[in-house]
Unconditional design. Structure first.
Length: 278
């Protein structure tokens, strides 16, 4: 290892055909060494000039993993890889790289079309955890709406993640009257403005196992899998509680906090004293 030279983390550009991955990779260099991953044969990494750089194409197709990993660890210049997808890149290679999505310029164009006055963000690709956290904590609701529109989280999934953190009444109308009845963008806009972004506590993340059990209960009583918040309201109706008892087993009743048997209040026996006998 050469001391005193800070190594730049390798980049892997991932994108489908037609996203100009190779063009984007080559644009980062003047005259790089270009190799296909399945033909990669660089052994002496220290002999390559640091200002030249290396481009490794199609890391998802039968890559020469050991030699590529050796280069990623030892070569001190810039290394850029390309791949048609993420899942077929060996973990040994992918874990050493910084991910960049091909077609980012198209995304930025769409951002400008939706919000022409917005600053271009560093990274607008979000997973459901990041979207949920941003939804609950970000007070710029226009920004929240923009991220929802760009990432397009599935409606059932995002509602199920939010219901544990936002009052059910804020989501009930959107779920019942807007979801899949109006346009997707309108759904995301109403959802964004249903909350003010001022959640003080930590966000509650749904447990998959717990969610599955609740979903089963909902389906058994005629609701949709994600409508637990409606179930809580319906439980205020004694007739619906009676209906639930006929549909659920004892384990499900306990989970739904429905008593299996109504405890009868015993009348207090009237004590008979000596005066009564007399």
């Amino acid at each position: 290892m050469i001391i005193g030279i800070e190594k730049e983390r390798p980049i892997i550009i991932v994108g489908k055909e037609g996203t100009d991955k190779k063009k984007q990779a080559l644009a980062l260099f003047d005259d790089p060494i270009v190799k296909y991953a399945n033909e990669y044969d660089v052994v002496d990494n220290y002999s390559i000039p640091l200002d030249r750089g290396i481009v490794i194409l199609e890391a998802n197709f039968k890559p020469n993993t050991d030699l590529i990993v050796d280069t990623l660890l030892k070569y001190r210049g810039k290394v850029v890889l390309t791949s048609a997808n993420q899942k077929d890149v060996p973990k040994k290679i992918f874990s050493l790289c910084k991910l960049k999505r091909a077609g980012k310029s198209k995304l930025q164009t769409r951002i400008k079309m939706i919000a022409p006055n917005s600053d271009e963000p560093e990274d607008y690709f979000k997973n459901v955890f990041e979207i949920t956290h941003d939804f609950l904590k970000n007070q710029d609701r226009e920004d929240v709406a923009l991220k929802l529109k760009l990432n397009k989280p599935p409606d059932v999934q995002i509602l199920s993640w939010l219901v544990a953190n936002v009052h059910p009444n804020k989501l009930a109308y959107i779920d019942a009257k807007v979801k899949r009845r109006w346009s997707q963008d309108y759904f995301y806009e109403l959802l964004a403005y249903s909350h003010n972004g001022k959640l003080a506590r930590s966000a509650t993340i749904p447990s998959k196992r717990a969610y599955d059990k609740d979903a089963q209960i909902c389906r058994k009583v005629g609701l949709k899998s994600h409508e637990k918040y409606i179930l809580e309201q319906l439980k205020q109706d004694p007739e619906f509680v009676k209906y639930m008892k006929g549909k659920l087993n004892n384990v499900q009743k306990r989970r739904a906090k429905i008593p299996d048997k109504v405890s009868k209040i015993k009348k207090k026996d009237k004590q008979i004293g000596l005066d009564n006998w007399m």
